[in-house]
Design a protein around this ligand. Structure first.
Ligand code: B12
Ligand code: SF4
Length: 523
């Protein structure tokens, strides 16, 4: 087989407009899979150039001009950027491949703009693409493994790619690591609710942690496991066997139900410095935090738990979803304000209810009810648009509540109370910078703008009410501005997609349902 020039692009942001926080942190949002693909392509005998796009690179000049094939890893928020890049590189004769969350959630749309769209990706899928490697137009080929890969290259194997990406992080450097795929729980709103839990081998993990200590002093590891700590004892044994106490720090996403006091003590001993549990809502989705309580009862219970966590782990980000069907009236917002008072050390992260295509079984219900809006993908990052019409709120009511709770969370008073409630210097500093940057004050400004447009711009109001699918100028201009010079490469029609494609394909022959292809095409 011919030796190919392979490019791999990891899009961790969607625009060259980078906030202060983004400049410090974007390189730390890099994905593991693009590095994995890099290792697999080299093992197949090809030349690889990997670029992590943090918003500061010149995408047109930093990738080789003469690539045979370009793999792009993209979240849905970067889809329009990915579509424009695919168009640009196809014009240069490159075959393009899309993988990552967007490809998994919106394969039907992605196939219009890429030669290959990948679902679950293992080494066989990648080598099938490399062997086939030819244009598939107008509709790309959809390749997917039957299940998640049984193993992934180790950190040792992907180190040259990891290291190059970490060089872009000016201060804090977070090494991406993963020990498991899927999840044993079945929360209907989650992309992993239908994916079996599978640990990736604790021996390799131990070896990787020991390897990392030979490369960096006191490194910070960011765990990408969908739900860290399901096999808690095995993880802790791997860390304890490889890392002398005090020589490594860790960040993980874990559900509250896994964070009992004995677990917290062990996490503290092993250097866990930040934890990101999902609280989601005071009335809905209690299955994730494994609490049966609701309302004020749940606020008190969770606040107490969060304060307990802060005794052992210096940094906690609590994740909420706003606009769920279980919420109604002003009370959910008031309860969140109460939570901020009772757990002042937590950094709250608010996500707007979003249905990412075929990500979760629950999305079928939203689509069936005609509640999913066709917002361009560029806005689907849980913040810049809510693409599900709320069941129990008018849009002005919802935005009033959202702005109120966001202002409250990032007021000077809340910022000041967060400082003494966290124990060490980096968490204190992170909390202040995040509150004053795009995640806090930036969001207040953005949501306030949308709220104003709901009153003053009929096209915005009609679009959010689902009365028209003509994209309001406000959103169109924003995409144009944020894509910069790449906007001109956006293919015709690429701002629009069918928000009900999942429902339609589920009710017909499952054309784009990931199937075990192993070198066959899915239509
Ligand atoms: C870890 C994680 C993070 C980490 C690491 C992110 C990263 N760069 O990987 C952090 C905390 C930084 C993060 C941030 C965000 N996240 Co996140 N995150 C996850 C989580 C929990 C696990 C993803 C993971 O790594 N799984 C392990 C990998 C190996 O498996 P996989 O993702 O299924 O990937 C398979 C295939 O898709 C494919 N593949 C994956 N990438 C690539 C790349 C290429 C080139 C190829 C060919 C194939 C390929 O191969 C894999 C093996 O089969 C998922 C939820 C979940 N339970 O899956 C959400 C999830 C991916 N995140 C999500 C979102 C929305 C975000 C944010 C926008 C949140 C925000 N508002 O800031 C940001 C965006 C960051 C960015 N880089 O753009 C959504 C994505 C939805 C979408 N369609 O875009 C998810 C699905 C959660 C959800 N809401 O449902 N996230
Ligand atoms: S939300 Fe968390 S606990 Fe629930 S299925 Fe997804 S990863 Fe598992």
């Amino acid at each position: 087989m011919r030796r190919l020039r392979v490019g791999i692009l990891d899009l961790v942001t969607k625009s060259p407009k980078v906030s202060l926080y983004g400049r410090l942190m974007n390189a730390n949002l890099a994905s593991i899979m693009p590095q994995v693909i890099g290792v697999w392509c080299e093992q197949e005998g090809h030349d690889v150039t990997l670029l992590c796009y943090t918003g500061l690179e010149d995408l047109v000049s930093e990738l080789p001009q003469d690539l045979d094939v370009l793999f792009i890893g993209a979240f849905t928020q970067s889809a329009q950027l990915a579509y424009a890049l695919s168009n640009l590189f196809r014009r240069r004769g490159t075959v393009t491949v899309l993988g990552g969350p967007h490809a998994r959630c919106y394969p039907e749309d992605s196939r219009k703009y890429f030669d290959y769209v990948l679902g679950f990706t293992d080494r066989t899928v990648v080598s099938d693409v490399l062997r086939d490697c030819r244009p598939h137009r107008p509709y790309g080929a959809h390749f997917a493994a039957k299940s998640q890969p049984v193993d992934l290259p180790t950190l040792r194997q992907r180190w040259k790619f990891t290291e190059a990406t970490l060089k872009k992080a000016p201060t804090i450097k977070i090494v991406p690591m993963i020990g498991s795929l899927g999840c044993p729980y079945t929360c209907c709103f989650c992309i992993d609710s239908t994916v079996d839990y599978q640990p990736l081998g604790f021996e390799d993990l131990r070896d990787d942690l020991a390897f990392l200590l030979t490369k960096m002093k006191n490194p910070i590891v960011g765990w990408h496991d969908p739900n860290f700590g399901v096999r808690f004892d095995d993880y802790m044994e791997a860390v304890e066997a490889a890392v002398p106490q005090g020589q490594m720090r860790h960040i993980a996403e874990s559900s509250l139900s896994l964070l009992s006091e004995p677990h917290l003590k062990r996490l503290q001993r092993n250097g866990f410095r930040a934890i990101l549990p999902g609280i989601e809502s005071w009335y809905d989705l209690g299955n994730k935090s494994k609490t049966r309580r609701t309302g004020m009862d749940k606020v008190e219970q969770v606040a107490e738990h969060v304060n307990l966590i802060l005794r052992y782990i210096p940094y906690i980000q609590t994740n909420f979803v706003l606009g769920l069907d279980g919420d109604t009236g002003a009370e959910p917002f008031e309860l969140t304000r109460k939570f901020i008072d009772l757990a002042p050390g937590a950094f709250p992260a608010y996500s707007l209810l979003s249905a990412f295509g075929r990500a979760a079984p629950l999305n079928l219900e939203y689509q069936r009810a005609g509640r999913v809006l066709p917002f361009p993908f560029h806005f689907l990052n849980n913040n810049h648009a809510m693409n599900v019409r709320p069941k129990n709120y008018s849009w002005p009511e919802f935005y009033d509540g959202l702005i109120d709770v966001t202002r409250y969370s990032f007021s000077w008073r809340a910022i000041a109370r967060r400082v003494p409630a966290t124990a060490t210097a980096i968490p204190k500093w992170m909390n202040v910078v995040r509150a004053m940057s795009s995640e806090g004050w930036g969001r207040i400004e953005y949501h306030t703008k949308i709220r104003r447009l709901l009153d003053t711009d009929r096209s915005v109001r009609d679009y959010l009410e689902g009365e028209t699918d003509v994209l309001p100028t406000f959103y169109h201009d924003r995409i144009r501005r944020e894509l910069g010079p790449l906007y001109e490469y956006l293919p015709d029609g690429a701002l629009y997609h069918d928000p009900n494609a999942y429902l339609e394909s589920a009710s017909q022959t499952p054309v784009a349902e990931p199937v075990s292809l192993r070198s066959r095409r899915a239509g």
